[in-house]
Design a protein around this ligand. Structure first.
Ligand SMILES: [Fe+2]
Ligand SMILES: [Fe+2]
Length: 190
């Protein structure tokens, strides 16, 4: 498929590996819809979870060791840190220089205001890829990904916030910023 597929195997395995390939495939379909370079969607999809490990302490340790700046909110939201560390690994260990790909990895958990189409695609593909467990509203969210990706992002964050509230988990303010931004821009503007 791509040289990064073999590289990924050295970093993660099992379900996480299968999920990453599934995200890459899904991202390429979305790239066809939103005029994004297929190769970029493929690479960003394969690599987005490269830093995901079983052990959160290890992720925090590696962030600190590599001087990845973490805010207080980041430290309250440990599952998010693999996206920052992933962008670091892609840049410094795999020599990825495409900033759009690096941003897509960095922002795949929380999103941000004014994402590029590639960033949006990875954010969405991570949530809707076929191996993902069906969350509520999933079939509508999957359909919306190909109709209006901005609206899809709003639906995904609403569903994520619902879930985080149910399990009584900290909601990172950056996710709320992403939500506000995409809720307020013109629907249909892609
Ligand atoms: Fe992830
Ligand atoms: Fe993922």
């Amino acid at each position: 498929m791509n040289k990064y597929q073999d590289i990924l195997k050295k970093y993660i395995s099992g379900f996480r590996y299968a999920h990453s390939i599934s995200v890459a495939n899904c991202a390429m379909s979305l790239a066809m819809r939103y005029d994004v370079k297929l190769e970029d969607a493929l690479v960003a999809g394969i690599l987005h979870d490269i830093a995901k490990r079983n052990n959160n302490d290890e992720i925090v340790y590696l962030c600190n060791k590599n001087n990845i700046s973490l805010s207080e909110d980041d430290l309250k939201s440990i599952p998010v840190l693999h996206s920052y560390l992933g962008a670091y690994i892609a840049r410094n260990e795999l020599n990825i220089t495409n900033e759009d790909i690096l941003n897509s990895i960095y922002n795949h958990t929380l999103g941000r205001a004014n994402m590029s189409n590639l960033e949006k695609i990875i954010f969405v593909a991570d949530y809707i890829e076929p191996l993902r467990k069906n969350r509520s509203n999933m079939s509508y969210i999957r359909k919306m990904a190909f109709i209006d990706i901005n609206k899809c992002i709003v639906l995904i964050i609403e569903s994520s916030i619902d879930h985080l509230k149910k399990v009584n988990t900290f909601i990172h303010p950056k996710m709320l910023e992403t939500y506000e931004y995409y809720k307020n821009i013109n629907v249909g503007q892609v």
